[in-house]
Each structure stands twice: as C-alpha cells, then as structure tokens.
Design a protein around this ligand. Structure first.
Ligand code: F6P
Length: 320
C-alpha cells in the first residue's frame, strides 16, 4: 500500500478537472493516505510547487471550470533533465505515486516518467477534445459540446434572420469529435473534421442549391484541425452571392461550470485513480467506454490514435 500520492492537472484545462482532482484527494485522505497537489502541471513539479492537501483544500471547487491546481504546457518536460528534476522532487517528499489529469500530450509525459524511472503513474483523460485512445469519453468534453450547441442555437437565430451562411470554427487540433457531436446535436448543415476529406466546392454548390430552394440559413461547423473557419467563409463568399460570416468560438468552449455528466464521471474516475495507485496498480489510464469505467494501458493510450466513431460519421452524412 502506498502511503503518499500526488495529483496534477496538465495541458489545456477542461471542465471537470476540479471534480477529478477533488475525488483523488478525498479518496486518498479517506484511505488514510497523504496527498499532494502539484501546481501548474509538469512545470510546477520541476519548480517544486507542491503542497500537501487537506480535505478543505478541495472544497468549493466541484462546480468550477478551470483547475484549482493550475495547468501548463511544459517544454522542459520534453528534456531528460526536466524529467529527472521532476522525479527527484517527488522522491524527496516521499511521494510514491502520481495521478496525471490531462490530454494526449500530458499522458505521454506521464508515460515517459513511468518508463524512465518506473514511477507509479495513473492517468485520467482531462481534455475537451475527447481524443484519448481506448475510451469514448474524456473529462470536459460534455460541457464543451454543450457550450458549442448553445453557440450554434444562437448563431442559427441570426443566420436565419439575415438569410446568411455562418461558419463556426470549434476546437480540435487533431480530432473532430467536438465538431461532429455538436454539429449533429445542433443540427448543422455541414460538419468538417480533420479525419475526413471534404470538398469546399461541393459544399458551396450544394448550399447554393439549398438557398435557391428557399433555405434561410446554413450552419457549417468546422474543427480547427481541418480548416480555418475564415478560409471556409472566404471561399463561400467568393463563389456565391450569399452573405457569409464566420464565428471562432475559441477558449469560451474550454471554460464554464462542468455539466452533471462531467462532474459525476470525473468524480468516479478520480476515486478509481486514487484507489488504483494506493493499491499498487499503475501504468494505466481510467476512462469511460459504453457507459462504464474502463482501464487502458498507459503505453497503449498514448501510442494509438483514436478514430472518430463511424456511427457518428454515418449519422452526420444522413442527417446533415
Ligand atoms: O488540447 C485541447 C485544446 O483545447 C485544443 O482543442 C486546442 O487546439 C488547444 O487546446 C488550444 O490550446 P491553448 O489553450 O494552449 O491555445
């Protein structure tokens, strides 16, 4: 049984990270295990920004977006020297296991620490992108998708009023999950994702026909990793007479109070991560698949690329 563990959030923040860190801390304390919070991800670990947590330190945070621990993208962690400093800072404090809450890159950083030093690590998928292999849910993706839908609803009102095309660019550097799911559930006419080829000419021809038939608005959701919203907008404006506008949602979709789903799932995953670390099971990432908690090998999680659900892709083709 481990006697002292630590938790950090890393990479882009996501709604529900607080709920996950809170669950890790409270589960450890419940089990009589000491727990440390690391500020600002790997950067804070290297720079020794660690503090021991008590139960009250994680009070009043489950409802907040962002992360009370702070987060960062850390260049220094890419170097062996940076990882050595981080490892030593854990060992010096008697910390025996680490829970890393973050996306693809953060979990890759955790895998390297585990590989190089044999340090016990459990990962939790914290990213709005929902791009971690081996699971169909990551902490924060539900809240972000709901934020996007809210934007789509509002954009449709104004698009329809002016008979315009509106292009909405959403996050997702390498993964189109957010665009796909919010496009389907927001009723977008076209969805553009990095995983699928698209033909702007074909889209433009088909939306022009729709306008000729009397359509009052078109909403196109584009993932940033597939194309710049502005470029899509410019193309349509140049090739049609239809008034076209672009809206880039940006970091608004990363913030906000987490949804019920994100709070509950993050809490369950946090508990699972703490129990696993404490009992000596490490080198895994806990996530959700088909409504159940699953554990995925950490190496596999970071060395495989997640694909978009073909069922969602098919649904989008049929409905959009
Ligand atoms: O990795 C999550 C993510 O939200 C991506 O979808 C997006 O491209 C990126 O973070 C933005 O990162 P930053 O906040 O560092 O600009």
């Amino acid at each position: 049984m481990l006697k002292s563990i630590a938790v950090m959030t890393s990479g882009g923040d996501s709604p529900g990270m607080n709920a996950a860190a809170r669950a890790v801390a409270r589960t450890a304390l419940y089990e009589g295990v000491r727990v440390w919070g690391i500020s600002d991800g790997y950067q804070g670990l290297i720079e020794e920004r660690l503090r021991e947590l008590e139960s009250k330190d994680v009070g009043d945070i489950i409802q907040r977006g962002g992360t009370f621990l702070g987060t960062a993208r850390c260049e220094q962690w890419q170097t062996p020297e940076g990882r050595r400093l981080g490892y030593e800072n854990l060992i010096q404090r008697g910390i025996e296991g680490l829970c890393v809450i973050g996306g693809d890159g953060s979990l890759r950083g955790a895998q390297r620490l585990s590989e190089e030093y044999g340090f016990p690590i459990v990962g939790l998928p914290g990213t709005i992108d929902n791009d971690v292999w081996g699971m169909d849910y990551t902490i924060g993706c539900d809240t972000a998708a709901n934020t996007i839908i809210d934007a789509i609803n509002k954009l449709r009102d104004t698009a329809s009023a002016h008979r315009r095309v509106i292009v909405l660019e959403v996050m997702g550097r390498n993964c189109g999950w957010l665009a796909l799911v919010s496009g389907i559930s927001g009723g977008a006419e076209y969805i553009i994702v990095p995983e699928e080829e698209f033909d702007l000419r074909q889209i433009t021809d088909s939306l022009s026909e729709a306008y000729e038939r009397g359509k009052r608005y078109i909403l196109i959701v584009v993932a940033e990793g597939a194309a710049r919203g502005q470029d899509v907008c410019d193309y349509i404006a140049q090739h049609t007479d239809i008034e076209t506008r672009v809206s880039v949602l940006g970091h608004i979709q990363r913030g906000g109070a987490p949804s019920v789903i994100d709070r509950v799932r993050a809490s369950q995953l946090g508990e699972q991560a703490a129990l696993s670390l404490i009992s000596g099971l490490s080198g895994v990432v806990f996530g959700y698949s088909n409504g159940h908690v699953v554990s995925v090998n950490l190496y596999d999680a970071v060395n495989n690329k997640k694909k978009l659900d073909p069922e969602y892709l098919r649904l989008a083709k049929v409905l959009c």
